[in-house]
Each structure stands twice: as C-alpha cells, then as structure tokens.
Design a protein around this ligand. Structure first.
Ligand SMILES: N[C@@H](CCC(=O)N[C@@H](CS)C(=O)NCC(=O)O)C(=O)O
Length: 224
C-alpha cells in the first residue's frame, strides 16, 4: 500500500537536505514501500496542516487510514514487522531511537538553531551572545563524546542497521554539515557507512528533487 508523506510545498535553501521528511523517505526506501508526496504551504500554515499536525510541523504520514506525526513515531510505525525493528532487540532499538531524538537531537538542535540564527536571523530571530553558543556547543560535544565511546567497536547502534540508526545519522548529519563532527572520527565513519546505503542516496536525491521542482513551480507562478 502506498504511503503519503507530507512535507512543505517549498523551503529556502538552508534547510534543504535536512528536513525531517528525509528520515521518512529513508526508512521507506529501506523497507521498499512505495510512497507519494503531499505538501502543506510553508506560509501561512493551513488549517488542514494544523488538523494533521497540532504544531504545524513536518513530517506527517498517512498509511492505510492511519495519520501520524512525530518522526520517531513514524519510524516505529514504518519499521514494524521489518528487519529495521526486529522482534528480538526491539527494546534496544527503541532505546537508541529515544537516545537519538531525546538526548542527541535535543543538544544538536539547541546549538544548530543558534548557529542558524547567526546565519539567517530572519528565520531564527536575533543571534544569541557568543558565550551562549559556545556553552550549547560544549553541551552537544559532551553528548557526542559519549556516543562515540558507546559505538566505538561496532557498525550500528544495535546489532544490525535499524530505525535507530536512521534517526541518529539524520541528527549527526546536521553536525557534520557544520564541520563540527571533525573531532569525532568514529562518528564520521558511522555517518559515512550509513549514508553510503543506496536507500539513503535515493531518499536524498528525491528530497532534493522535490525542492528543485518547488522552485520551478514558484518561478512559473510568479515570473520575475
Ligand atoms: N519532533 C518533530 C519535529 C518536527 C520539526 O521540527 N519539523 C520542522 C521541519 S524539519 C518544521 O516543520 N519546522 C517548522 C516549524 O516548526 O514551524 C518530529 O521529529 O517530527
């Protein structure tokens, strides 16, 4: 059955490649499920968007009558019954999924939003003081150090590649894009291992194609 993945109708350049519909596209490619993309207007947020996602964020999916938001819940749902969420090891995969979203992503997002505020204040508001950013970076790095130690001797978070790796790598990619993963070679190798998977490459290509098509649609609607 075809899944519907909802994302924005258009976004500026800076978040492209990192929007959270990426983790949904990636898991769908891994498990071989077909999907179509539906969109919400970025601005202003629509009534339909708020009805499906109370915080008017993306991603949202529709799958056989089930509508779901929160990327972690979506990964659990789409991983169900597949090798990405094996019956044996399910508790450990869930544990690492929460670690990705609730420990690492919290620290990364806190820092990354400040970095973005320095770069695109029109979206993120005025940049905070330098020492506030440095404090957030130290906090993030302490979590990355611990993560690196935890996975130093293995390829994946739990024995085989799982939905937890998709979530974790999607978070670490944000750090890598800012060259802030350079001090963590084992994490860099982990990200490289995961992003060399054909499913990731296909998901990213389709994700980027979506934004390119959105640019074309916008240019056609209001030619300069
Ligand atoms: N915890 C949510 C976070 C979703 C989220 O932050 N989505 C971003 C795009 S990656 C968004 O829609 N931001 C716009 C906004 O918050 O208004 C999840 O994992 O699904």
């Amino acid at each position: 059955m075809t899944v519907t993945v909802c994302t924005y109708d258009w976004l500026p350049e800076f978040p492209r490649g990192f929007v959270r519909d990426m983790r949904v596209r990636w898991v769908l490619e891994e498990v071989g499920r077909p999907y179509r993309v539906d969109t919400f207007p970025l601005h202003p947020k629509s009534k339909r968007h708020r009805e499906l996602q109370p915080f008017a964020q993306v991603p949202v999916i529709e799958d056989g009558g089930v509508t779901l938001f929160e990327s972690g819940a979506i990964l659990l749902h789409l991983g169900e019954g597949t090798a990405l969420l094996p019956k044996e090891g399910r508790a450990l995969v869930t544990q690492w999924l929460f670690a990705a979203l609730n420990t690492i992503e919290i620290a990364v997002s806190h820092w990354a939003n400040m970095v973005m505020a320095e770069r695109v204040p029109e979206f993120f508001g005025p940049a905070p003081a330098g020492e506030v950013v440095a404090h957030a970076r130290r906090n993030m790095e302490s979590k990355l150090e611990a993560l690196q130690a935890a996975i130093a001797d293995r390829d994946w978070l739990v024995e085989e590649f799982s939905i937890a790796d998709i979530a974790m790598v999607e978070v670490l990619r944000v750090v890598a894009a800012e060259d802030a993963l350079d001090a963590f070679p084992a994490l860099q190798a982990y990200v490289a291992r995961a992003t060399s998977r054909p499913a990731f490459r296909k998901a990213l290509a389709d994700h980027m194609e979506h934004w390119q098509a959105a640019d074309v649609a916008r240019a056609t609607a209001s030619p300069a």
